[in-house]
Design a protein around this ligand. Structure first.
Ligand SMILES: Nc1nc2c(c(=O)[nH]1)N[C@H]1C(S)=C(S)[C@@H](COP(=O)(O)OP(=O)(O)OC[C@H]3O[C@@H](n4cnc5c(=O)[nH]c(N)nc54)[C@H](O)[C@@H]3O)O[C@H]1N2
Ligand SMILES: Nc1nc2c(c(=O)[nH]1)N[C@H]1C(S)=C(S)[C@@H](COP(=O)(O)OP(=O)(O)OC[C@H]3O[C@@H](n4cnc5c(=O)[nH]c(N)nc54)[C@H](O)[C@@H]3O)O[C@H]1N2
Ligand code: SF4
Ligand SMILES: [Mo]
Length: 880
């Protein structure tokens, strides 16, 4: 029987509710948006919609492994506990560490943090949130005395102006972006401004785009504060009653428009227009994300934005506020439990002895850590240097996502003991582990997550656990018990952990801490099962949750007043120079999630951007001899990568953009983390991932080619390779520096297994011109095809892939396999624009031309493209 379960999407911080219809017998899910969930009201983006395609068991880590061999849970857990105990005995508690993630549920996170800080007695628990939200956390703490996102999603509809700063919400928070688009459509007066060095698809709905120089946001917002003051639009009563430090902040912000335009390299009139709009609209929401946080002055940038909201009293009121968009599904939950190495638990941290004593009392621990541990970048340096000798990584892939990632790889290779909990068998990090612990994945685990607007939602199990996979909280608890902490880790189910977490949030709180969900301290199992999405705080004063904080003008600083921060803008630490004259910017794509361990399983999600690429401005392309679709090598002082060139004027001259997603599992040399400088913000310790000096040059292989194959192949990897899972076929894009003497042997080695079938093999060879093509046909069906070319162009892949759907190949099609030209009448659809309905660029262009379609709505009616999640609407509009 099919049942339907309400759960939450495991990707971005929008935190969409999902309604999953489960077909247990076929291990199949039908996914739709949960119409009752306040984060999405039924909408989902391409990634959420494709979740059903990611639950397959192939590629999952299903059994614990020790030194590469499958083993029992008992042996694996004993080994983790013993290694930790022995390391601590020999070298002290600070020689071990846990590195966690916003992929963990709150309950998992809570016990991991409690184990390290409460009982092992070291601060060495940090998380990938360090790379993500820590500048916002630090900025909030400085201004509000607490790590609070004051507003809620409803403010997006109530605003008169929305500023997107360093946020490509169209791709990274698509459902919230659709909400803004809808608000704009129903209220054309709503002003939207995008502040980003790149002209991203988020600019599609913008009235103004400010392509500021990388890292110059603090000057821009200092200039705004100065301008607002000059215009007399400050809320003096608010400043007086509810804030402190205004004069100093205003003095520090004394910079006029000319200077700002110069520093930010912006058009003065555009800048002036933005400042006037900000001054002229009462209800302004400033949404910001990694363009702000991932910077060596990230914390200051956050405070420069908050300063402008405090000075105008635009905070805690409907339709206003600074709004940090969280990235991961449970980035916010991780902050609640104290996942960062300077935090303790429940919004308490190591800066206060009272907090330390209080948490020790609550946990009944006499061995609580008393100081911060290593933040992420320093932690991996400490591993590299042998100061930390045993590390347990949970739900994150640091060999890809940390800066200077080759050094991180070496650190793990040198480390005496590495345990990794993951749900996927082969990642760039799991391949370096001594012990692998199979975690339950999204469709199996059970617990809570908190989204950007502080809304706690349930993630519910849909399937029985895959193989021997266990919940993260269980794995951690088992190790804790083996380390001698049975009493403090007696949990049998997530609700017990949730209750304790809720009790701690209310413990000796009395209104002194923002995070308080004490209303759940005794929540019954059934109520936890049925828990509906709710925004914290949830306590005696706010039993139904609270949409906005600071609506009473009260903050969590000692004085109860918000603090202005005097900001002195600083440029990024490593400027470009003669050897490395360009700036490397990194970020996200619409259809991939981080290191692709799950999204790349869904064929649908690989069609939008199938290969690692680098965006280059036309001037730079000319200077360095780069053309679209050629290959380029990008080098920094720390590492190198290869990527396919995309020439575009959406990029500023002098800067490059590469997506952060590709790993060694999917591409030969596409792991961008290797290039990124390990510079961090001195306050938040967040890395400057958006700014690294690099150089670029053409990469001219002797040959290029591709393979399409029905089966996944183990390719004898040349210099450049990319693996792309498609609906019917695996596609391999290849390029090499040396021409093979014998392509036939090469092809047969790579394409043929001894499966007993009698394949037909047809091939074409033109050694003089370096061309080679072959197709392997089994029982009249296409099994695989390879195209190699030294000089000539390669054929389009999509129509060839279409031939794999045929149960029998026609004569013309067999011929086409060798010529590389589609038979008459079989057109290529081009690159996929709409992932939901698989509609290609060429199909859309043909419809525009032939049927005279003029709007994206007309295209939607005709081809369905853009009518589900809407994420591709900006691209459809660009084609129009
Ligand atoms: N599709 C998809 N969605 C995701 C994710 C994903 O992997 N894939 N990840 C999630 C996570 S964890 C996060 S943290 C969020 C991140 O969401 P975003 O922060 O929106 O995503 P990014 O692409 O990292 O960066 C945003 C923009 O910052 C710009 N930028 C770079 N430097 C500067 C600067 O100096 N100033 C300004 N103002 N802008 C700058 C970049 O050009 C980029 O367009 O996305 C979440 N959503
Ligand atoms: N240059 C550059 N670097 C960046 C960024 C950037 O913009 N530019 N962005 C940074 C940001 S904001 C972020 S958030 C990070 C993200 O970077 P990572 O955290 O390294 O990326 P993910 O792919 O999300 O890694 C999650 C891992 O957890 C596994 N996993 C998924 N669910 C579970 C679970 O329930 N339990 C367990 N145990 N494992 C699970 C997945 O298979 C995967 O291996 O990257 C950061 N690095
Ligand atoms: S916007 Fe997309 S990725 Fe983010 S939570 Fe919603 S469905 Fe998931
Ligand atoms: Mo993130």
């Amino acid at each position: 029987m099919n049942t339907t379960v309400q759960t939450t999407c495991p990707y971005c911080g929008v935190g969409c509710g999902i309604s999953a219809k489960i077909d247990e017998a076929h291990h199949h899910l039908k996914i739709s948006g949960d119409a009752t969930h306040p984060a999405n009201f039924g909408r989902l983006c391409s990634k959420g919609s494709a979740l059903g395609e990611t639950v397959e068991l192939k590629g999952r880590l299903l059994q614990p492994k020790v030194y590469g061999c499958e083993t029992s849970w008992t042996e694996a857990l004993d080994l983790v506990a013993d290694s930790f105990i022995n390391t601590i005995q020999k070298y002290g508690a600070d020689a071990v560490a846990i590195y966690g993630s916003g992929q963990l549920l709150t309950e998992d996170y809570y016990v991991a943090n409690k184990l390290m800080k409460g009982f092992i007695g070291s601060g060495n628990m940090d998380t990938n949130s360090r790379l993500c939200m820590s500048s916002s956390v630090a900025g909030h703490k400085r201004a509000f005395g607490s790590d609070t996102v004051p507003g809620c999603y409803e403010d997006l509809e109530l605003a008169e102006m929305i500023v997107l700063i360093g946020s490509n919400a169209a791709w990274c928070h698509p459902v919230s972006f659709q909400r803004i688009r809808a608000a704009k459509e129903s209220n054309p007066k709503l002003k939207i401004v995008v502040i980003d060095p790149r002209r991203t698809v988020s600019c599609d709905i913008a009235d103004l785009h400010l392509p500021l120089a990388s890292g110059s946001d603090a000057a821009l917002f200092n200039g705004l504060l100065h301008f607002l003051s000059g215009q007399g639009v400050l809320d003096q009563a608010y400043i007086k009653a509810h804030t402190e430090g205004f004069e100093l902040a205003l003095n520090a912000a004394c910079i006029d428009i000319e200077q700002v335009a110069d520093t930010c390299r912006l058009d003065k009139d555009d800048l002036h227009r933005f400042y006037e709009w900000f001054a002229g609209h009462e209800k302004v929401v400033s949404l910001y994300s990694q363009g702000i946080n991932q910077s060596s002055s990230g914390t200051d940038k956050v405070n420069a934005i908050i300063n402008c909201h405090l000075a105008t009293g635009r905070i805690g009121k409907p339709g206003c506020g600074p709004f940090s968009l969280t990235g991961q599904p449970n980035a916010m939950g991780g902050r609640e439990v104290g996942g960062l190495s300077h935090q303790l638990a429940a919004h308490m941290d190591f800066s206060s002895t009272d907090d330390i004593e209080r948490v020790a009392r609550f946990w009944g621990s006499d061995n609580i850590a008393r100081k911060s541990g290593y933040p992420a970048v320093e932690l991996f340096d400490a591993i590299y240097e042998g100061k930390v000798k045993a590390v347990w990584i949970m739900g994150t892939n640091p060999v890809v996502s940390l800066p200077n990632a080759d050094k991180v790889k070496q650190a793990l290779q040198r480390c005496e003991f590495v345990a990794v909990s993951d749900c996927i068998a082969d990642t760039d990090t799991t391949v370096l582990a001594h012990v692998l612990l199979p975690a339950q994945g999204w469709s199996e685990k059970d617990g809570t997550v908190t989204n950007s607007e502080r809304r706690i939602s349930r993630q519910r199990a849909l399937f029985k656990p895959a193989g021997g996979a266990k919940p993260d909280w269980w794995i951690i608890t088992q190790v804790a018990r083996r380390m001698g902490f049975e009493q403090a880790f007696h949990y049998q189910s997530p609700v017990e952990i949730f209750r304790e977490h809720a009790r701690l949030s209310g413990f000796e709180n009395n209104g002194s801490r923002d995070f308080d969900i004490s209303a759940f301290a005794d929540i019954a199992g059934q109520d936890y099962e049925r828990l509906q999405p709710i925004q914290w705080p949830v306590n005696q004063a706010y039993p139904k949750g609270r949409a906005r904080l600071f609506d009473d003008g009260r903050f969590f600083t000692e004085s109860g007043k918000a603090k202005f921060i005097a900001v002195t803008p600083r440029p990024p630490v490593n400027p470009p120079d003669q050897d490395y004259p360009l700036i490397l910017n990194t970020g996200r794509l619409r259809d991939q999630w981080h290191t692709m361990t799950r999204t790349a399983i869904a064929a649908k999600l690989n069609q939008h951007k199938p290969e690692p690429f680098v965006e280059v401005h036309p001037d730079d392309a000319r200077r360095y001899g780069l053309v679209t679709n050629s290959l380029a090598s990008i080098e920094s002082r720390w590492g190198t990568m290869l990527a396919r060139v995309q020439v575009t004027d959406s990029q500023l001259p002098g800067s490059l953009f590469v997506p952060m997603h590709w790993t060694e599992q999917y591409a030969g040399r596409g792991r961008m983390g290797a290039l990124v400088n390990a510079i961090v913000d001195p306050i938040s310790n967040q890395p400057e991932s958006k700014h690294t000096p690099v150089r670029i040059k053409t990469y001219q292989p002797a040959w290029q080619g591709f393979i399409l194959s029905r089966r996944e192949l183990g390719i004898d990897a040349p210099d450049y390779w990319v693996k792309i899972k498609g609906e019917q076929v695996y596609r391999y894009e290849l390029a090499g520096m040396t021409l093979s003497e014998n392509w036939q042997d090469w092809a047969k080695n790579n394409l043929c297994d001894n499966d007993g079938a009698a394949p037909q093999w047809q091939e074409y060879q033109d050694p003089g011109r370096g061309n080679y093509r072959a197709a392997r046909i089994v029982n009249n069906q296409l099994e695989s095809v390879v195209f190699i070319a030294a000089e000539s162009a390669l054929p389009e892949r999509n129509w060839l892939a279409g031939l794999f759907e045929k149960t029998e190949l026609e004569k013309t099609e067999r011929k086409a396999l060798l010529t590389g030209k589609p038979p008459v009448g079989q057109a290529d659809v081009g690159t996929i624009v709409c992932a939901c309905f698989n509609v290609g660029e060429k199909t859309i262009l043909a419809a525009i031309r032939e049927q005279g379609l003029k709007t994206h709505q007309e295209i939607g009616r005709c081809l369905k493209a853009g009518t589900n999640c809407g994420s591709c609407v900006p691209e459809i509009k660009a084609l129009l």
